[in-house]
Design a protein. Structure first.
Length: 278
């Protein structure tokens, strides 16, 4: 699956991490099973000033930092509270990611944020929602959604949460719950994105291959962003390698049972894919 450079993002966004994050695909999973309404920041990108990318943070914390920066600068929303920890008598029970007020309607929203990279594996279940798993097979979309449904969203209505909400003059029964799921989806080589429903199709950003499918291109350059660099625009990656050097690094990853993210750059196109060890 090739993505021509001009198709990835408008030219002014290719090296802007905040805009790159805002414009990243958002998966709408609302259904009878998971009744989470979607929350989007795509439309907010234009009004937000740039911020230094938090390269020292882990990917999930990077997403939280960028998301919170967007909410703090947006005129469409007011951020009331973030990462609200809910404590029991002896332990922390959980937290609410964000409490936000819509500036136009004045409605209060409880927003949960997730930023995930998933690969399609049809052997994981009969339903599409069951078939998405992390590149190192440690994280599944269905598990994340079940956790949101059974623990994270219900936390708003826990007795221990009432004191926090009271301090903000918020009644849980008047709060709308929404999910912002930044989802980067990858398909097996040869599987067409058009075979997917639209909500999944628009989140497909690349493919995944096995080591034997990693074949040489005479003029290509390759980059292997570390996980802390997965949210960076490719234009900000500084280390690009020849096929021979890339092959050495890839063999090391396979030995360590790690599936690296790879960018393959030629004069006309940029490909994005994982090489999986499994």
């Amino acid at each position: 699956m090739k993505f021509f450079v001009t198709d990835l993002l408008p030219a002014n966004l290719k090296s802007n991490p905040l805009s790159y994050f805002c414009n990243a695909p958002e998966l709408d999973v609302s259904s009878e099973t998971f009744s989470f309404k979607p929350f989007s920041v795509v439309s907010l990108a234009a009004e937000i000033s740039e911020v230094k990318f938090p390269s020292e943070k882990l990917l999930g914390k990077q997403a939280e930092f960028l998301f919170e920066h967007v909410l703090n600068q947006s005129t469409a929303y007011q951020l009331l509270a973030s990462n609200v920890q809910i404590h029991g008598e002896e332990e922390t029970l959980g937290e609410l990611d964000y409490l936000v007020q819509d500036a136009k309607t004045e409605e209060v929203l409880h927003v949960e944020l997730a930023c995930k990279f998933y690969l399609l594996d049809k052997g994981l279940g009969s339903d599409l929602i069951q078939q998405w798993i992390g590149p190192n097979r440690k994280d599944r979309l269905i598990d994340k959604l079940e956790k949101l449904k059974s623990k994270q969203f219900p936390m708003l209505f826990a007795p221990e949460t009432k004191a926090v909400l009271d301090s903000l003059a918020i009644a849980a029964t008047h709060v709308e719950q929404q999910l912002c799921l930044k989802a980067f989806l990858f398909l097996p080589k040869g599987v067409k994105r058009n075979a997917l429903p639209e909500n999944f199709r628009k989140c497909v950003v690349g493919t995944y291959i096995t080591p034997s499918e990693f074949t040489e291109h005479p003029t290509a350059q390759y980059a292997f962003p570390q996980k802390k660099e997965w949210l960076l625009p490719p234009a900000q990656l500084s280390n690009w390698y020849t096929y021979e050097d890339a092959l050495v690094y890839l063999k090391k990853c396979m030995h360590e049972r790690r599936s690296p993210l790879v960018y393959k750059k030629t004069e006309s196109a940029l490909e994005k894919f994982f090489v999986v060890w499994w």
